[in-house]
Design a protein around this ligand. Structure first.
Ligand code: BTN
Length: 269
């Protein structure tokens, strides 16, 4: 595949310094997750592998959501092999939460004065608005049976929401908007990839440090939420995110643990 030239990223530097074994760069692509799901099927692919783009035309969010980002956002998909990161299958559901913790910690380094937290399962909020979304998908196994994961991330860095329509500006923000400066995207991507790289071992070791971090970063504790789970709707008050990454909710039927579902704050209704 011919290598496109980037105006926003120093791809040579990424190839030299990023903690990945393969990088595919596109100036524009419909969706880096779609491309990563395709690439991940190949036995020959060296992993971790990164698919990076400057612009996406059909970015996907969780469920049926679309993901729109203007240039200046970080949009990438990382292909990882959980087994080579020593991530046993029972911790896979915690990978997205772990990635969200890694992003929060990096944001705290970039902008120590700005509040940062996570909205279960894996949205990263900055100054009270969404800054980063994560989409984990499982590709078909390779011909020789290796299982991989695709971790797609959209992180608003230099793409400003200041001139965006009201309904977007109310709910989304970027690093540039909150810090009133522009950021070096190559540097930012290297920081995030490095932070992910140093955080996986905590998950592999089932470190209590990691559980404590996602509990303390949880923005939903004490809030009333509505959780849609297939045909069932649950209304209740969030206690915490537990050690397994489940959201613990006090419901009219008692305390229950949830591993999925579409969540809404009741105040958002
Ligand atoms: C969400 O918040 O719903 C998840 C958003 C994930 C968006 C990223 S952008 C890079 C990667 N490619 C996609 O098509 N989606 C993810």
């Amino acid at each position: 595949m011919p290598t496109a030239v980037s105006t926003l990223f120093d791809v040579d530097r990424l190839r030299a310094e990023a903690p990945v074994d393969h990088i595919e760069f596109h100036s524009v692509h419909p969706s880096t997750n779609d491309r990563a799901l395709e690439l991940a099927k190949s036995d020959a692919l060296a992993v971790p592998a990164l698919v990076l783009t400057e612009s996406q035309t059909a970015g996907r969010g969780r469920g049926t959501n679309r993901w729109w980002s203007s240039p200046g956002a970080l949009m990438f998909s990382l292909i990882v092999e959980p087994e080579s990161l020593s991530l046993a299958q029972d911790v896979w559901p915690r990978i997205s939460l772990t990635a969200a913790v890694a992003v929060c910690e990096q944001l705290r380094r970039w902008a120590p004065g700005v509040s940062c937290g996570l909205r279960w399962p894996n949205d990263v909020f900055f100054a009270g608005k969404k800054l980063c979304g994560i989409l984990i998908e499982i590709p078909t196994a390779t011909a020789d049976g290796r299982r991989r994961l695709v971790l797609g991330m959209g992180l608003n860095v230099n793409n400003s929401f200041r001139d965006a329509p009201d309904e977007q500006r109310r709910v989304a923000t970027s690093l540039a908007d909150e810090t009133s400066r522009m950021w070096d995207l190559t540097e930012c991507l290297l920081d995030v990839l490095t932070q992910l790289h140093v955080t996986w071992p905590l998950l592999a070791d089932r470190s209590t440090q990691l559980h404590e971090r996602w509990q303390s970063l949880c923005l939903l504790t004490g809030r009333t939420v509505r959780l849609q789970l297939g045909g069932r709707e649950v209304l209740g008050r969030v206690r915490q995110i537990d050690h397994d990454g489940a959201l613990v909710i006090d419901t009219p039927d008692g305390t229950e643990r949830f591993f999925g579902g579409v969540l809404k704050l009741v105040e958002d209704d």
